[in-house]
Design a protein around this ligand. Structure first.
Ligand code: PRP
Length: 179
């Protein structure tokens, strides 16, 4: 375990097993569609996306969007901005958003608003982890990996100041790292 990690919340094996289950569910639910447009949200979702799409056997295209907030204060006001937009048009497409974490829920709400204006055929969300005890439970997640405590988590794409994203597990960061 990395020295900055307090404890492992979800180990690597569990992440992979759950990801496989989600992929199976997606394969079954989308069995009838011509194509799924996978919209992966950078940076955080890149690892989960990679693990997930390797296990999809329904036709799909992976595209990326980079979103960012102006900082904690503006995030509280719901201010999110698009750093990099999708390469493909999504009109009439079955879009599946892939995210690493649902924290306040602002990022997903913002993204849903944008994509709905592009007249998609359908829009669903696949999220690796949802923080519990927050107002984000108003957001409906179609495919959810894990519910995790409201602590600072890293790994599987999640970062602290861009560090620790590539840890293969979801770990709680030691408070001494960020306090
Ligand atoms: C993180 C994470 C989600 C978002 C979730 O992204 O990857 O996209 O925050 O938080 P929310 O539910 O409170 O909106 P961040 O803005 O840190 O960028 P990153 O993915 O590049 O790390």
């Amino acid at each position: 375990m990395h020295k900055d990690i307090e404890k492992i919340l979800v180990d690597e094996q569990s992440v992979l097993e759950r990801t496989k289950e989600l992929a199976n569910q997606i394969n079954s639910d989308y069995a009838h569609v011509d194509n799924i447009m996978i919209v992966s949200i950078l940076k955080g979702a890149f690892m989960f996306t990679s693990d997930l799409v390797k296990r999809l056997n329904v036709p799909h295209i992976v595209d990326f969007m980079a979103l960012s907030t102006y900082g904690a204060e503006s995030k509280a006001s719901g201010e999110v901005r698009v750093i990099m937009d999708l390469r493909h048009p999504v009109q009439n497409q079955h879009v599946l958003i892939v995210e690493d974490i649902l924290d306040t829920g602002l990022t997903l709400q913002f993204l849903e608003r944008i994509l709905q204006t592009r007249n998609v055929a359908s829009l669903k969300k696949c999220v690796l982890a949802q923080k519990e005890g927050k107002e984000n439970n108003l957001i409906n997640i179609d495919y959810l990996g894990f519910t995790i405590p409201d602590v600072w988590v890293v790994g599987c794409g999640l970062d602290y100041a861009d560090k620790h994203r590539t840890l293969p597990y979801i770990g709680e960061l030691k408070p001494s790292v960020y306090l």
